[in-house]
Ligand binder design. Structure first.
Ligand code: HEC
Ligand code: HEC
Ligand code: HEC
Ligand code: HEC
Ligand code: HEC
Ligand code: HEC
Ligand code: HEC
Ligand code: HEC
Ligand code: HEC
Ligand code: HEC
Length: 303
């Protein structure tokens, strides 16, 4: 062995960064300043009686009552402003003289939701790409009726919801090798927090690698013999969504390896290249432990 690498010391640097811990329960930010959202709310009072609303909006009753909110609010989880008006604001004037003048835009509507959902998964909402744009909670959630088994989503399936705006990802998820999202085995929110996170691309983990380790724990190590690009970033070799190369690789087997291992040596010898033929699986036929090895003789990642 010639190289003075210290695999154990290196491996010790692999910090088991904690999975972003979400706070149990939801913080309440207090009630909304309705008049600031829409001047027409001025002087309006809370009616606090859904029965009054259903008098004219009876068509919503059955659907709404099947939602978790309706059940929770009946069980005493509503704010003092009542049920409907927690989200729709004080409506005494509306009841007396109904019109659409109290209507809110989706982005204005967010303030009502955040009264109860500011904390937990929404800690980074305001700085996220979704929260800093024109999206409302209602771009993804439907609260007046339950159309999805999951989290009041506006579409039955989560991926279909995301694809309505992210058409390019739909294409990626149809490639030869892909995370089985369309097959229903992984969801977009398995890797992303659609409400924002501290990590790039709203990833759920503290880093890209930590996100992957959530499901591919065995790749975390620590390994006695490490392969530096693995520790650095799984994306050095893998696409997260889909790829037309096998195993979600960013390039064709040996070409991928040789994009970094360009020097001479056995890589260029015919007897190795025969094994790592264009049709075969290339270098990993011998370098099987490409993610790192714990074998005493695994320095060259061959076992
Ligand atoms: C958790 C918040 C929330 C609660 C509680 C709630 N709503 Fe809604 N409601 C919304 C949102 C958001 C929309 C608009 C988005 C949509 O169409 O899905 C809406 C839409 C409506 C509409 C149709 C608005 C339109 O543009 O035509 C009516 C009517 C309505 N709600 C009445 C009620 C009544 C009556 C209650 C109480 C029984 C109630 N809502 C409870 C959030 C809520
Ligand atoms: C006397 C009948 C009546 C009563 C009572 C009533 N509404 Fe309405 N509401 C209407 C009419 C009419 C509209 C306008 C519908 C349209 O043009 O699409 C409307 C529109 C709405 C809208 C959509 C526009 C907006 O202002 O945001 C919401 C939400 C709504 N009502 C909620 C409520 C709630 C909550 C209550 C109970 C506090 C309530 N309504 C009580 C008749 C009524
Ligand atoms: C008065 C407080 C309150 C308001 C306002 C409120 N919610 Fe909720 N919501 C709750 C509670 C309580 C739960 C159940 C516990 C939880 O999941 O945090 C809940 C649950 C949810 C869930 C999960 C449902 C499920 O099936 O798992 C979603 C999604 C949601 N709310 C979205 C919204 C949106 C969008 C708005 C605004 C239109 C909103 N909420 C307004 C209190 C509120
Ligand atoms: C880009 C789409 C999108 C937007 C915008 C969005 N959500 Fe969600 N939300 C989701 C998805 C997807 C889930 C299910 C996630 C999961 O199962 O991990 C979810 C789950 C939830 C839940 C239940 C689970 C939890 O995290 O507590 C709540 C509550 C919730 N959302 C509230 C909100 C509120 C409030 C807003 C607006 C401030 C909002 N959402 C905006 C997509 C979205
Ligand atoms: C209503 C449209 C809409 C829906 C639905 C939607 N998104 Fe987005 N998403 C956006 C927009 C707009 C951006 C910002 C695009 C940009 O800045 O290039 C974005 C950005 C993103 C980003 C990149 C964030 C970053 O920091 O770079 C991710 C990841 C993402 N969305 C995931 C999702 C997931 C997962 C879902 C489904 C739960 C979803 N989106 C649903 C509109 C949407
Ligand atoms: C296995 C984990 C995983 C799954 C599942 C996943 N993503 Fe991603 N996604 C990532 C990673 C990692 C990145 C960041 C790639 C990078 O920047 O290196 C990303 C990036 C994105 C981006 C930003 C793209 C860009 O070019 O900046 C969007 C939008 C996105 N994902 C949407 C989705 C949607 C929609 C789904 C579900 C259909 C989904 N993702 C499923 C891991 C995942
Ligand atoms: C929410 C769980 C989950 C997360 C997070 C996740 N994966 Fe996966 N991954 C899976 C599942 C499920 C499969 C399919 C396994 C199977 O079919 O046996 C898979 C398969 C793979 C495959 C093999 C693909 C093939 O064609 O056989 C690779 C490579 C992979 N994941 C890399 C990653 C990377 C890189 C990340 C981080 C960006 C990641 N995974 C994050 C669940 C996940
Ligand atoms: C140096 C390139 C490289 C890096 C970096 C890399 N991988 Fe891989 N990965 C591969 C190759 C090559 C294969 C195919 C191995 C084979 O077929 O024997 C593979 C296969 C996989 C597989 C599917 C087969 C299996 O072994 O389970 C998963 C899952 C996977 N990688 C996850 C990850 C994760 C998670 C990371 C980041 C911690 C990562 N990879 C980083 C090259 C890499
Ligand atoms: C992103 C760049 C990159 C890619 C792609 C890459 N490697 Fe590496 N590899 C490295 C680095 C950096 C080292 C550490 C070199 C060192 O310590 O001198 C290394 C080390 C190795 C070693 C051990 C070398 C030694 O001297 O101990 C082997 C074997 C190896 N890589 C095989 C592969 C194979 C097989 C692939 C393709 C699946 C691959 N590598 C893809 C960057 C890469
Ligand atoms: C037939 C099996 C085999 C194949 C195929 C193979 N290698 Fe190796 N490789 C080895 C063995 C065995 C060693 C250890 C040699 C030693 O210790 O002298 C090694 C060593 C290495 C090293 C360490 C530096 C060196 O030259 O000793 C690198 C880097 C490497 N291989 C990269 C690759 C790449 C990239 C490919 C694909 C183009 C590849 N190998 C294909 C068996 C193979």
């Amino acid at each position: 062995m010639t190289k003075a690498i210290m695999p154990l010391a290196r491996a010790a640097l692999v910090v088991a960064a904690a999975w972003i811990v979400t706070v149990a329960g939801e913080a309440r930010a207090g009630e909304v300043d309705w008049t600031a959202l829409n001047g027409a709310f001025k002087d309006a009072e809370f009616v606090k009686d859904p029965a009054v609303c259903f008098g004219c909006h009876g068509d919503y009753q059955k659907k709404y009552e099947a939602t978790p909110h309706a059940r929770l609010f009946k069980a005493g989880k509503a704010l003092p402003s009542g049920e409907c008006e927690t989200c729709h604001g004080p409506r005494s004037k509306h009841v007396a003289n109904p019109s659409r003048e109290l209507a809110l835009t989706p982005v204005q509507q967010n303030a009502a939701c955040l009264q109860c959902h500011q904390g937990s998964g929404r800690l980074y909402w305001k700085s996220s790409k979704h929260g800093s744009g024109d999206l409302g909670c209602t771009s993804c959630h439907k609260v007046m009726e339950r159309v999805s088994d999951k989290a009041l989503l506006a579409k039955e399936r989560e991926d279909q919801l995301c694809y309505t705006c992210h058409t390019e990802v739909r294409g990626q998820m149809n490639k030869l090798s892909r995370h089985p999202v369309n097959e229903g085995k992984v969801s977009c929110s398995g890797c992303h927090n659609p409400h924002g996170s501290v990590t790039k691309a709203m990833l759920k983990g503290a880093s890209l690698n930590e996100t992957c380790f959530k499901c591919h724990q065995e790749k975390r190590g620590p390994h006695v013999w490490i392969h530096p690009p693995v520790l650095e970033d799984c994306a050095n070799c893998h696409q997260a969504h889909g790829s037309n190369h096998r195993k979600l690789l960013t390039g064709k087997d040996s070409f991928l390896c040789m994009s970094c291992h360009t020097y001479g040596g056995h890589v260029n010898l015919p007897r190795y290249n025969r094994v790592s033929s264009l049709a075969g699986e290339g270098c990993v036929n011998c370098h099987m432990a490409v993610h790192g090895s714990n074998s005493p003789s695994g320095a060259k990642l061959t076992r």
